[in-house]
Each structure stands twice: as structure tokens, then as C-alpha cells.
Design a protein around this ligand. Structure first.
Ligand code: NAI
Ligand code: MG
Length: 348
């Protein structure tokens, strides 16, 4: 593995995206991997300049890479939905990123808003389905703008799609010390989709006798994330519930500046894409105030996905060592100072 060249497509995107991605790349280089990084200019700036979000030719070119590193896209000047649907969701759907992996882990030394909670209490991973559910884009509107407007938005759940993500989650749970999987849904109200999810979990569970399974309604899970986060090890859930609950996860584990994610195609039929959970933060863009840690942790996930486990562990350890020395309140270093400090730890 040592001598392998990683072919990486980099989409810095908008706002703080470019600032945090630069630090992620620094760390990636310091870890000793040979990377061939190609930058792609996509996002709000390109949209304004050319009207393009994700040209077909670029999409096909991206398919040829080992992985994609994304900063963030979005700007208040672009109507909502355009970059989300035509760029981000298009990448996730086309490259079949059916697993959206979001670790929720409290590093020692990080402040959590939860009282009497320590690092051992928050160490879970949310496996969010990434290609179906309410994000599939089915539905429509008629009589728009009139008092008789009708709008529908349907949640699409296929046996195939649910099974593959549930199976992935069970495998993940089996590889972790606690070996526990919790399905989070709303089976009591969303009876059709919920039934499919619950039956699938029950069926796949038979192949994983060493994994303990549990179930929580999404509303109760939101409460338990705050009152009993230690309840969770691996959480598997649908696209929308996963989107929402992982923001709560980020909040309890030290904030959006630390939350990493991977849009993973476990079958490796297309490149997986790693990105911080946060957006382009226009309020602090260009001021070197953004915390690059979420991106650096996303780089660790990227290395892990490419089979570079030791390198991934080194990056995560460097982050942990850096975090433990951060002053309470988090004041101090600029984006590149944090990046430099973590890079130095990785290189040493
Ligand atoms: P946001 O995550 O960009 O910002 C929310 C708040 O968190 C802001 O106060 C921001 O300053 C702060 N923040 C975010 N990242 C930070 C970091 N690394 N260090 C320190 N503080 C940080 O979410 P918001 O404001 O809702 O969205 C801004 C734009 O980003 C929108 O256009 C939105 O559509 C887009 N967006 C893009 C995402 C992506 O590319 N995957 C994800 C979420 C939002
Ligand atoms: Mg979100």
C-alpha cells in the first residue's frame, strides 16, 4: 500500500470550503501517501459564471478517481435547491453513495453541552441511507401559487436499497467492540416504509447473531441522543431522519467544526466522497476563522476507505492530541494554524 498513488478529485466549493480543504490536503500529504490531486471548480461561483452546476462531462471524469474530497457548496446568492439537488445529490445518487457515514464521537477534552457526559459516553456511528427516502425527488406540485395548490413529496424505499444499507450497518456493528445496532425510524406512523425497514433488520439480524439489535422511534432517539447518548453504538436510519439526527449528533459531540462524513459506495463501483458535515459558512468565509478539523477527520475516513488504516489512525490520533490541548472556549488559532499544528503531529 505504501507506494500506491491515490488519484483524488478535490472539490473545494464555496465559502470556507476552499479554506478547510487546503488544510485537509496538507495533512494528507504529511501522512506519506502519494496523491495526485486534481481540483474541480464547482459550486456557486461556477454557477454564476457559466450557469453550470455539474456538467455531464465533469461527472464522468470524476468517476475515474479513487475518491473525492469536498469542502462545501452553497451561497445565499443561489436559489435554494439548485446546488443541493443538481450538484451534491446528483453526485451521491450517480455514484451510488448509499451509505452516508457520520461518526458521532466526543474526543477527550472537547466540551459538550450535555451535563455529566464524558468521552466514553458518546462514541457512535450513524449509518444514514443516502440514495432513497424523501430525498429521491419524487412527488410534484400542481396549481402552484394558488389557494388550491397541492404538493406531494414521497419517500421511496426499496427492498434492495434498505437491505444493502442495513447489511452494511450490521457489518459495521460487528467490527466494533460493543456490537450493537439500533434502527431509528417511525414505524408506528410511517407504517409502509417502517415495516420494510423493521422486517429487513429482523431478517439480516439472523445472519449476525453476535450483534445486539434495538429499535427507537426518531422522536425518542432525539431525546436519547441528549439524555442517554451511551445507548447508541451503530445507528441505521433513512435519509431524512439521518440528516436531522446527525446535526444533533454534531452538537453533542463538540459542534459542527468537528463533524466528519463519508458518502460511501461500499461496492466500489464509483468513487466515494468525503466531506465535513458543515456548509460553506458565508458568515465567516475568507476570515481564516473556520475550524478545519471536520475536514481533516473526513480525510482520515477517506484513508480508511482506501484501505490505508494505519495512516487513517495516525490522522485521527493527531487530531485527538491537538484537541485535548485546545483551550476551553476554543479561541485562538486560525484555520491554517490548526491545520499546521495537526500536520506537524502527523509528520512527527
Ligand atoms: P453552515 O454549516 O455553513 O454554517 C452554520 C454555522 O456554523 C455558521 O454560524 C458557521 O459560521 C458555523 N460553521 C460552519 N462550519 C464551521 C467551521 N468549520 N468552523 C467554525 N464554524 C463553522 O450552515 P448554513 O449556514 O446553514 O449554510 C450555509 C451554506 O452552506 C448554504 O448555502 C447551505 O446550503 C450550504 N450547505 C452546504 C453543505 C454541503 O456542501 N454539504 C451542507 C450544509 C449547508
Ligand atoms: Mg444536513
Amino acid at each position: 500500500m505504501e507506494s500506491r498513488n491515490i488519484r483524488l478529485a478535490v472539490i473545494p466549493g464555496d465559502g470556507i470550503g476552499a479554506e478547510v480543504v487546503a488544510e485537509g490536503l496538507k495533512v494528507l500529504e504529511a501522512v506519506g501517501t502519494k496523491i495526485e490531486a486534481t481540483h474541480y471548480d464547482l459550486g456557486a461561483a461556477r454557477y454564476h459564471r457559466t450557469g453550470e452546476t455539474l456538467p455531464d462531462a465533469v461527472l464522468e471524469e470524476l468517476r475515474g478517481y479513487d475518491a473525492i474530497l469536498l469542502g462545501a457548496v452553497g451561497d445565499p446568492s443561489v436559489p435554494p435547491g439548485i446546488l443541493e439537488r443538481d450538484l451534491l445529490l446528483r453526485l451521491r445518487f450517480t455514484f451510488d453513495h448509499y451509505v452516508n457515514l457520520r461518526p458521532v464521537k466526543l474526543f477527550p477534552g472537547v466540551e459538550t453541552p450535555l451535563a455529566d457526559t464524558s468521552a466514553e459516553d458518546i462514541d457512535m456511528i450513524v449509518v444514514r441511507e443516502g440514495t432513497e427516502g424523501l430525498y429521491a425527488g419524487t412527488g410534484g406540485a400542481m396549481r402552484r401559487g394558488t389557494p388550491h395548490e397541492i404538493a406531494t413529496q414521497e419517500s421511496l424505499n426499496t427492498a434492495y436499497g434498505v437491505e444493502r444499507v442495513v447489511r452494511y450497518a450490521f457489518e459495521k456493528a460487528r467490527s466494533r467492540p460493543r456490537k450493537k445496532l439500533t434502527l431509528v425510524h417511525k414505524t408506528n406512523v410511517l407504517t409502509f416504509a417502517g415495516d420494510l425497514w423493521q422486517r429487513t433488520v429482523n431478517q439480516v439480524a439472523e445472519e449476525f447473531p453476535e450483534v445486539a439489535t434495538d429499535y427507537c422511534h426518531i422522536d425518542a432517539a432525539s431525546m436519547y441522543f441528549v439524555t442517554q447518548p451511551e445507548r447508541f453504538d451503530v445507528v441505521v436510519t433513512d435519509n431524512l431522519f439521518g440528516d436531522i439526527i446527525t446535526d444533533l449528533g454534531a452538537a453533542i459531540a463538540g459542534g459542527i467544526g468537528l463533524a466528519a462524513s463519508g458518502n460511501v459506495n461500499p461496492d466500489r463501483t464509483a468513487p466515494s466522497m468525503f466531506e465535513p458535515v458543515h456548509g460553506s459558512a458565508p458568515d465567516i468565509a475568507g476570515q481564516a476563522k473556520a475550524d478545519p478539523t471536520a475536514t481533516i477527520l473526513s480525510v482520515a475516513m477517506l484513508l480508511d476507505h482506501l484501505g490505508l488504516r494505519a495512516e487513517a489512525a495516525r490522522v485521527e490520533q493527531a487530531v485527538a492530541d491537538d484537541i485535548v490541548e485546545r483551550p476551553a472556549g476554543g479561541v485562538g488559532r486560525s484555520t491554517h494554524e490548526i491545520g499546521d499544528d495537526i500536520t506537524a503531529r502527523v509528520s512527527s
